[in-house]
Design a protein around this ligand. Structure first.
Ligand SMILES: [Zn+2]
Ligand SMILES: [Zn+2]
Length: 309
């Protein structure tokens, strides 16, 4: 969790990132009309964060139906909520400890059957719900989960630690995880892409978009978006197709052509045809390999190559 008071912005900065309604409630202590809020009758499992600064505020396990027209919680996440007595001394205002945003008021001793006998009466507008990826009890200690999503070329590394969590996308599972039928591929690929990726076609040399192209970034599979090559491994082989001296680790599969003469390279995730790899041609590169890749099989993203490894 961010340190208390660590998010501070001027009114104009808040107006730039909040809707007028969010600004009125969070920054001007407004109140949404009862019974209208998005989270009044809402009981999914997850965490409610501050809409202003994303700090986690309440677990869904502390939410209860108070029948008052606003979301009610019997306690906040430890350290996430600050309390201040209203100027007229009648009510206690509750705020996000991180950005000071107005949440609502807290009431004590109303007789609700909850562990604290408190009701945090919170504007839905002040909150942003994030569904739980796993049991919320795991928020109480630090654990890491590796979630492999089949049919997506991603693995998610999710770390829960003291009520906050981070998600890291790591390299694709090296086994083929994107599988589609021919008809499904035809629906998402152009005829040219289908012919090359799925029927092992080859574009006419010298015609490809990335043949003479040396910008800094990442080349990904056009079929499944998996990152395949960094621009720092691209070189000008003069052969009429994009040439790379190595692929991203685990991203490329190799198999001998049926005639045994060449080695085909495919996307490890969706098995899409990329081209062929040739060894020992004498290019002055670290691997002395040339991945000869169809421009049609790849798409370019102008990212920093260092952000991928
Ligand atoms: Zn906040
Ligand atoms: Zn692919």
């Amino acid at each position: 969790m961010a340190a208390p008071g660590s998010v501070q912005k001027g009114d104009e900065e808040w107006r730039a990132i909040l809707s007028p309604e969010q600004f009125r409630i969070l920054r001007q202590k407004g109140t949404e009309y009862p019974g209208t809020g998005e989270y009044v009758n809402f009981d999914k499992e997850g965490v409610y964060g501050c809409v202003g600064c994303n700090a986690p505020l309440y677990k869904s396990t502390t939410k209860f139906n108070a029948g008052c027209g606003w979301p009610a919680f019997f306690e906040g996440i430890p350290g996430a909520i600050t309390r201040t007595t209203d100027p007229d001394g009648r009510r206690i205002e509750i705020n996000c400890a991180t950005c000071g945003g107005h949440l609502g008021h807290v009431f004590k001793g109303e007789g609700f059957d909850t562990p604290t006998d408190e009701r945090h009466c919170v504007n839905s507008v002040s909150l942003k719900f994030a569904p739980a990826a796993s049991s919320l009890d795991h928020c109480n200690d630090s654990r890491t989960y590796l979630i492999i999503i089949r049919r997506l070329p991603l693995q998610l590394l999710v770390t829960f630690h003291h009520s906050s969590f981070s998600v890291v996308v790591v390299m694709a599972d090296p086994v083929s995880v994107v599988q589609k039928t021919e008809e499904e591929w035809r629906a998402v690929l152009s005829p040219e892409q289908f012919w090359i990726l799925r029927q092992k076609g080859t574009e006419t040399p010298g015609t490809g978009e990335y043949d003479k192209f040396f910008e800094e970034g990442i080349f990904s599979c056009i079929g499944c978006k998996t990152p395949l090559y960094k621009s720092t491994t691209k070189f000008d082989a003069g052969c009429g197709w994009p040439a790379f001296f190595e692929g991203l680790p685990g991203a490329i599969n190799r198999s001998p052509d049926p005639d045994g003469r060449r080695t085909e390279i495919t996307c490890a995730v969706c098995n899409g045809h990329l081209g062929h790899v040739h060894k020992g041609e004498g290019y002055s590169t670290p691997t002395n390999e040339r991945h000869c890749v169809n421009s049609v099989s790849i798409s370019f993203n102008p990212a920093k190559p260092s952000s991928i490894t």
